[in-house]
Design a protein around this ligand. Structure first.
Ligand code: AMP
Ligand code: TRP
Length: 332
């Protein structure tokens, strides 16, 4: 049986990159699989957070996930810090994860920058907590954007190392699920950088809460080149900004980049950007409206998270108990 787990950090509001690269796929997968979806607030602490804003973002992101179609009855939706098994398993895995494996992680290198010695150790061990998130439910499949692929390879290595060390087939080797036309949505200002919640320019990204005017303005100002759109995919090879906008259109309209170029090949960017704005507004505004409706009742969101944590916590406790036994911790 496939069991799906994925997570998203409550830093800033959800972006179009999160939505197209991950969250919309999460909603689609619920039809066929048992799914756990987690607001990873402990991961958010790897960069400095204002306590009040972190609490607010946790509720907001939960509302955004519900609005994007996550069903809190069929699936399990909860916050990471509400289930202590994640942190406990992360400690146990930390004792099986060489520093060398963590030093290879490109996300750490990017985020820590030049002053690695001053980076917090939590930022360095972040992928160990991520492995624990997934494996504490013994999940088999993890839908994410392409940027998380390396962390999932590490999760497999940790699972393999545990199984080998204790002579068991306890943890599954997880499969990343990376699909859709927008597995890596790029910045609207620089087609070689991923669209990110943490970019200092708000014009680099579309937020799920942006209204129609702001979406139009952001696409209008998005960086492009002077040529019209090509008619075939090969024509996008050296044009990262054009490729990004075509991929975004394809993902939003649930079609392929080829089909988009069949319609817009030869057209100018101003024509294409107007059409792109229309599909974006049509896809995003119902999500934003529903999110605002849900946020009017924060107590309901909290109750939902509490219920999700009870269900997830019961599952996590079983794994942690078995892992403790396998690793030789005394039961009294
Ligand atoms: P994060 O916001 O870093 O917690 O990411 C949550 C999910 O969104 C992960 O599955 C990421 O891979 C995905 N994601 C984040 N940014 C992008 C992007 N620019 N394009 C595609 N997927 C993304
Ligand atoms: N590291 C992921 C990100 O930044 C978020 C995350 C934490 C996650 N734990 C996870 C994703 C477990 C998938 C599974 O996008």
């Amino acid at each position: 049986m496939k069991r799906i787990f994925s997570g998203i950090q409550p830093t800033h509001t959800m972006t179009l990159g999160n939505y197209l690269g991950a969250v919309r796929n999460w909603a689609d997968l619920q039809k066929d699989f048992e799914c756990l979806y987690c607001v990873v607030d402990l991961h958010a602490l790897t960069i400095p957070q204002d306590p009040e804003i972190l609490r607010r973002n946790t509720r907001e992101l939960t509302a955004a996930l519900l609005a994007a179609g996550i069903d809190p009855e069929g699936s399990i939706l909860f916050a990471q810090s509400h289930v202590p098994g994640h942190s406990e398993l992360a400690w146990l895995f930390g004792c099986l994860t060489p520093m060398g494996w963590l030093s290879r992680m490109t996300q750490f290198k990017d985020k820590a920058g030049k002053h690695r010695d001053q980076a917090m150790s939590g930022l360095f061990t972040y992928p160990v907590l991520m492995a624990a998130d997934i494996l504490v439910y013994r999940a088999t499949h993890v839908p994410v954007g392409e940027d998380q692929k390396q962390h999932l390879e590490l999760t497999r290595e940790i699972a393999g190392s545990f199984n080998h060390r204790y002579g068991v087939e306890y943890f599954p080797l997880v499969e990343p699920q990376i699909f859709g036309a927008a597995t890596r949505v790029m910045s609207l200002r620089d087609g070689t950088k991923k669209m990110s919640k943490s970019d200092s320019s708000d014009f680099s990204r579309i937020n799920m809460t942006d209204d129609a005017d702001l979406i139009a303005q952001k696409f209008r100002k998005a960086k492009t080149d002077p040529e019209p759109l090509p008619s075939a995919i090969e024509g996008l090879a050296d044009r990262p900004e054009a490729r990004n906008l075509v991929n975004i259109y394809a993902a939003l309209a649930r079609t392929t980049p080829e089909a988009v170029l069949a319609t817009y090949g030869g057209k100018t960017f101003s024509t294409f950007k107007a059409a792109l704005t229309d599909v974006a507004v049509a896809a995003l505004s119902p999500v934003a409206d529903e999110m605002n409706r849900l946020l009017a009742d924060p107590a309901e969101i909290d109750a939902l998270l509490r219920r999700g944590a009870e269900r997830a916590g019961a599952m996590a406790a079983v794994t942690v108990g078995e892992v403790r036994d396998l690793m030789g911790l005394l039961r009294v």
